[in-house]
Ligand binder design. Structure first.
Ligand code: HEM
Length: 443
């Protein structure tokens, strides 16, 4: 089967260079409604908003427990949110952390206090607490630590191709794209191989919120988060007592000093950080690799550009794959005072949502944004965030994983291609592909 421009529900309109359209009027666009996210004209919706109404207000999704089920916590009714769709407005908000806080949550809905303990990681914090946490966890992501992980990235990527090579075809997402980042995070943190599959299942539940395939009940969601947090907690305590050569040990023994004294991570902080890492590092990188393979199948000319001079083209190719796929669709901030963004008045306490997917297709910023161009320069995309104190901690690691995975795939399975329809994740948060078949000549 041939994968054509119309084969991908969301990025579809993005194949080819024509500007996507929608029949919806601005007033009928409801970004808080999950159904909007499954529409085939999603790219057209954002193009229309950028042109006609770059900042609009939307009602929040209502979280309804499945019939007959009682929630173990209450979700406060949401006050609605401002949607930022232009590149410049997203940059303004991301780079002004005094006016736009990450607390209480970077998701559109607020976190119920019952789960804030384990979900309350650094991504939802502001200075000075965030600054302290970031100083400590940076120790796990120094060039020396990343160099150490690099060897493991190469080894894992080779192992994946060794495993699937003889089959001639497999599910690209679970057997190739997802296998790499998961194994790398587990190796980094010192998680034994036999536990990694369970960790993978649990992160699917957490990030698949909204997709019925992954979450059967709110209890499952709570249970998954709790289990991951507990796992991280136990790992932290073990490494505190018996340090090993892994990042968990580095982090548990790292100390920073400021005017208030010396600080170390508590085991609970490491537990939350663990949850953040397995979620932030797995689904995102897997999504970029999966969309990358799909785009290379749809754009054989670009694939040739890359394979003809792999090393030289890789730096721009990797950035374009992250811009194209934009694995994280949005993050939210909360205004700490009355202010204005792009001419729009924003009141203290208002929720402001940065739509990275839209900023990365903004015609005002990118030439021909719907063209997949592995040589795109400049390419100042916001796939890893739009700057500011929360900029993706794992960006360099992710870049490395994407490069090495494609190096192994394109060299050792030279005719690998996507051979069926991608099955998209129902989510307004992660631009995920759940499964997607690929085929190649067996080796
Ligand atoms: C293609 C892959 C990835 C994408 C698209 C991605 C995207 C993002 C984005 C959009 C943010 C928020 C930035 C902001 O608010 O300014 C973020 C933060 C973060 N990312 Fe990534 N990420 C990726 C891979 C990774 C990996 C591999 C790791 C770790 C192993 C990681 C760890 C983190 C952490 C810890 C934060 C929070 C940083 C903070 O709050 O200070 N990410 N990422």
């Amino acid at each position: 089967m041939t994968i054509s421009a119309s084969s991908t529900p969301h990025s579809a309109a993005a194949v080819g260079t024509g500007k996507p359209t929608t029949d919806l009027a601005v007033a009928d666009i409801a970004l808080g409604d999950l159904e909007t996210w499954m529409r085939p004209d999603r790219e057209g919706i954002f193009a229309k908003l950028r042109d006609e109404a770059p900042i609009t207000f939307h009602a929040e999704p209502v979280f309804e427990p499945p019939e007959g089920e009682e929630l173990p916590f209450t979700i406060p009714p949401g006050r609605g949110f401002w949607a930022l769709t232009r590149f410049d407005d997203v940059m303004t908000v991301s780079r002004d952390p005094d006016t736009f806080h990450s607390a209480p949550s970077i998701n559109i809905g607020d976190i119920p206090p019952e789960i804030a303990e384990w979900l309350g990681s650094m991504i939802n914090m502001d200075a000075p607490k965030h600054t302290k946490m970031r100083l400590i966890v940076n120790r796990g992501f120094t060039p020396r630590q990343i160099a150490r992980i690099e060897e493991s990235v190469r080894e894992q990527a080779r192992g994946i191709v060794d495993r699937v090579g003889p089959t001639g075809g497999c599910d690209f997402v679970s057997e190739i794209a997802a296998a790499l980042p998961l194994q790398i995070i587990c190796d980094m943190l010192g998680i034994p191989r036999e536990d990694s599959h369970r960790i993978f299942e649990l992160t699917n539940i957490i990030l698949g919120v909204g997709d019925p395939e992954y979450v059967s009940s709110a209890q499952d969601l709570m249970g998954a988060g709790m289990e991951l947090f507990q796992y991280g907690l136990a790992l932290a305590e073990d490494r505190l007592a018996t340090p090993r050569d892994d990042i968990t040990s580095t982090l548990m023994h790292a100390e920073i000093e400021d005017e208030n004294g010396r600080h170390r991570l508590t085991s609970a902080e490491l537990g939350s950080f663990f949850l953040l890492l397995v979620a932030a590092g797995n689904e995102t990188t897997r999504t970029a690799i999966a969309h990358g393979m799909l785009a290379l199948t749809q754009h054989p000319d670009q694939r040739r550009v890359w394979t003809d001079d792999f090393e030289a083209v890789s730096p721009t190719a990797v950035e374009e794959i992250v811009r194209w796929s934009t694995p994280v669709i949005h993050f939210r901030r909360t205004a700490t005072r009355d202010t204005r963004v792009g001419g729009q008045a924003i009141a203290e306490g208002d929720k402001v949502v940065m739509f990275y997917n839209s900023a990365n297709r903004d015609e005002r910023k990118f030439d021909d944004p719907y063209r997949f161009d592995l040589l795109r320069t400049p390419n100042e995309h916001v796939g890893f965030g739009a700057g500011g104190p929360h900029f993706c901690l794992g960006a360099n690691l992710a870049r490395r994983e994407i490069k090495v995975m494609f190096e192994e795939l394109l060299h050792r399975l030279p005719d690998i291609h996507i051979s069926g329809e991608p099955d998209m994740l129902q989510s307004a948060f992660i631009h995920g592909i759940k499964r997607m078949p690929c085929a190649f000549t067996p080796i």
